[in-house]
Write a protein that binds this ligand. Structure first.
Ligand code: HDE
Length: 692
């Protein structure tokens, strides 16, 4: 009788095709002599039906598209690995959370939610943050978002919510935007969405980079240890680069100038060896603790303030390889909220319960049948065996004559594993009812907690975001209803938005009475966090012939030492003549790379250089737009004149992120680096005089 084999990671190497050195053939392996011309009767005659080569090629082409994901259609992926810092055996038996020496392979897919596959990256939206861990005990998918709560409490409402946020059904407008009637109609009638809507109207919805956003598992899950003891858990991902956003005007412009902005940013960072990294963090708490909270931990519209349960960092994830084939990997990857491993279990969160069903179901139509787990990107890296068989696109060839259990013909293989997945032994009883728990019925306290935890600047951005979106709503009664909802969150917020909508400020009622003991939480504000590393930030240098190469090189080497990239922009590609006669290569033409694609600007001196730039409307617009979007600006010597010409304050003001100085100012790169690390100088938004 055969003995049991071990289940090791990487037992199956992913299948990769490479035609290098190979002959061109049909799908049947027939060598192709002519890939340029179809078969015809006579030189100028009709094509022949018997041309199986052209028919195979075109038929395959005709079927290249598969249905896009119903939500999260637009996304980008990367490979990497996960390492735990110390054994988590006290809480979970999950194999990949035990040994710090083990690297578990991962595949991550980031996404927007509402837009179609070809929509722009920088739209205001939630971002998906889905991680597939290929562990020794099977695939574990942590399918989360970059916001810690969700719009609805029960899976029953998900199709309604998605129909409301997607483009309107009669004209399919607008693409990838919640700024339209049906979305605001739904959320103003469904007040459980209020907390999540606050997040959506915050700068979290317009991240600077996918590498600079947090991730959250959203639901409360359960860790289960070898003794069967359960501990509740909320999962977080904390980025090493800090949490940073774009300006709203900038995000809209990038959508037109480079719709692939986030995809490109992730791709280029990984290609250049600047591997993005996140720490996996957990909030761990017991059932007894959960009972003391004034919200229900099963309600996915609530977060657990870090002041109540601290966040512990337990491991790190590094993304170090771009996919080879977008379709085979990023498009065909099938995440599933039901993919858990021994030691991780669900809770009764009614949204999570619906997700456990939905993800497998959606793959059946998206990937065309029940065997999508056999695709290389979805295959576990450990052995997997069972008695399931057949179905569309089945790949393995069963090498034994039985596929049932019990069997005597093949020694009863594959056998059950005594220590296999065990559901947490939760006692459940109750009448069958369609009901929303009483403990889910408070909808505003955490929305207010979120708003109160923001800095004044962040609150201002949220007020503007609400005003923008609601101004696009055509039905006045929806705008009014939403202002009434906001009045239950914060009186000033409601009054300011009402004013911007031309509604009477009197609609705002008294601020709500909070039922939470915690009135602000530092972790909810992006601007109250540590800024993180500056590596991979992109700084534009505006230059023309006669640019001060000494200053430019000094800036380049100081910034480069921290991983900041300096890119020289000029009116044309090619090279410029520096002050010392040397050639300065141009990285980009200003035509193709507007200011919104950079994190800051440096204007070096050189009299001739500045004379040319001062006469360029493009250069002046570039400076003004950089200023308007609150990005760090440095200028040396004559470079300061370009700032003046652009009506941008040119005196050195480190607090305002404009750092300038004459030749003698040796420390300029250092203060500029400091400014870059602060990312944005939002106070500048109060300077209205600068156009762009
Ligand atoms: Fe999803 N969701 N979702 N979702 N979701 C999908 O699965 C669904 C929810 C999330 O990059 C779909 O393969 C239901 C919450 C991400 O491939 C689908 C409900 C959270 C991704 C689906 C939710 C998410 C999806 C569409 C309410 C954050 C992209 C295509 C009960 C915790 C994964 C697909 C990727 C994708 C259903 C709510 C995150 C239809 C029914 C809450 C990141 O199965």
């Amino acid at each position: 009788m055969a003995t049991k084999k071990s289940r090791t990671v990487d037992a199956l190497k992913p299948f990769r095709s490479d035609p290098t050195g190979q002959e061109l053939t049909t799908n049947q392996g027939v060598p192709i002599a002519d890939d340029q011309n179809s078969l015809r009767a006579g030189e100028r005659g009709p094509s022949l039906l018997e041309d199986f080569i052209v028919r195979e090629k075109i038929t395959h082409f005709d079927h290249e598209r598969i249905p896009e994901r119903v939500v999260h259609a637009r996304g980008e992926g990367a490979h990497g690995y996960f390492e735990v810092y110390k054994p988590m055996s006290k809480y979970t038996r999950a194999a990949f959370l035990q040994d710090p020496a083990v690297r578990t392979p991962v595949f991550v897919r980031f996404s927007t939610v509402g837009g179609s596959r070809g929509s722009a990256d920088t739209v205001r939206d939630v971002r998906g943050f889905a991680v597939k861990f290929y562990t020794t005990e099977g695939n574990y998918d942590l399918v989360g978002n970059n916001m810690p709560v969700f719009f609805i409490q029960d899976a029953m409402k998900f199709p309604d919510f998605v129909h409301a946020v997607k483009p309107e059904p009669h004209n399919e407008i607008p693409q990838a935007s919640s700024a339209h009637d049906t979305f605001w109609d739904f959320v103003s009638l469904t007040t459980e969405a209020t907390h999540m809507v606050m997040w959506l109207m915050s700068d979290r919805a317009i991240p600077r980079s996918l590498r600079m956003m947090e991730g959250f598992g959203v639901h409360t899950f359960r860790l289960v240890n070898a003794a069967g003891k359960g501990t509740f858990v909320k999962f977080h991902w904390k980025p090493l680069l800090g949490i940073h956003s774009l300006a709203w005007d900038e995000a809209q412009k990038i959508a037109g100038k480079d719709a692939d902005f986030h995809r490109r940013d992730l791709w280029e960072a990984i290609e250049s060896g600047s591997f993005p990294e996140w720490e996996l963090a957990v909030q761990l708490f017991s059932e007894q603790q959960a009972d003391t909270f004034d919200f229900d931990i099963l309600d996915p519209t609530k977060l657990i303030p870090e002041e109540l349960v601290p966040v512990q960092r337990i491991g790190r994830m590094v993304l170090d390889r771009n996919p080879d084939d977008f379709f085979a990997e990023t498009e065909q990857v099938a995440f599933c909220a039901a993919h858990v491993v021994p030691g991780i279990d669900f809770t009764n969160d009614p949204l999570l319960q619906g997700r456990i069903f939905s993800y497998l179901d959606t793959q059946l139509s998206r990937l065309g049948g029940p065997n999508f787990h056999e695709l290389p990107i979805n295959r576990p890296r450990c052995a997997f065996n069972n008695n399931q068989r057949d179905g569309m696109h089945r790949q393995p060839i069963g090498a034994v004559p039985v596929s049932y259990e019990p069997n005597s013909i093949n020694g009863n293989w594959p056998v059950e594993v005594k220590n296999g997945f065990q559901s947490y032994l939760e006692t459940v009883a109750g009448p069958k009812r369609r009901v929303r728990a009483e403990s889910f019925k408070e909808h505003f306290a955490q929305a207010a907690l979120f708003f109160n935890s923001q800095t004044e600047i962040e609150q201002e951005h949220t007020i503007k975001a609400f005003s923008f979106e609601l101004s696009k709503v055509s039905r006045p009664e929806i705008r009014e209803r939403m202002v009434d909802v906001l009045a239950k969150v914060d009186a000033t917020l409601a009054a300011r938005v009402a004013d911007n909508l031309g509604l009477k400020a009197g609609r705002a009622k008294a601020p709500p009475k909070l039922n939470s003991k915690i009135s602000t939480s530092k972790a909810l504000s992006m601007l109250k966090q540590e800024p993180g590393l500056v590596a991979t930030r992109k700084i534009a240098v505006l230059a023309a012939d006669g640019v001060d190469v000494v200053a430019l090189n000094a800036m380049r080497s100081s910034l480069g030492a921290q991983g900041v990239q300096l890119k020289v922009l000029a009116a044309k590609l090619g090279s410029l003549k520096g002050t010392d006669g040397s050639a300065v290569p141009v990285d980009h033409s200003i035509l193709t790379m507007p200011s919104v694609l950079f994190d800051g600007l440096y204007v070096p001196g050189g009299a001739k250089n500045i004379a040319a730039l001062s006469a360029s409307a493009d250069a002046i617009h570039f400076v003004q737009e950089t200023f308007k979007h609150c990005k760090p600006i440095a200028a040396s010597d004559e470079g300061m004149q370009l700032l003046e010409r652009s009506h941008v304050p040119s005196t050195n003001d480190e607090a305002a992120g404009v750092v300038t100085g004459d030749n003698g100012r040796k420390g300029l790169p250092k203060v500029f680096l400091n400014a870059i690390s602060r990312h944005r100088f939002w106070e500048r938004e109060k300077v209205d005089a600068v156009p762009a």
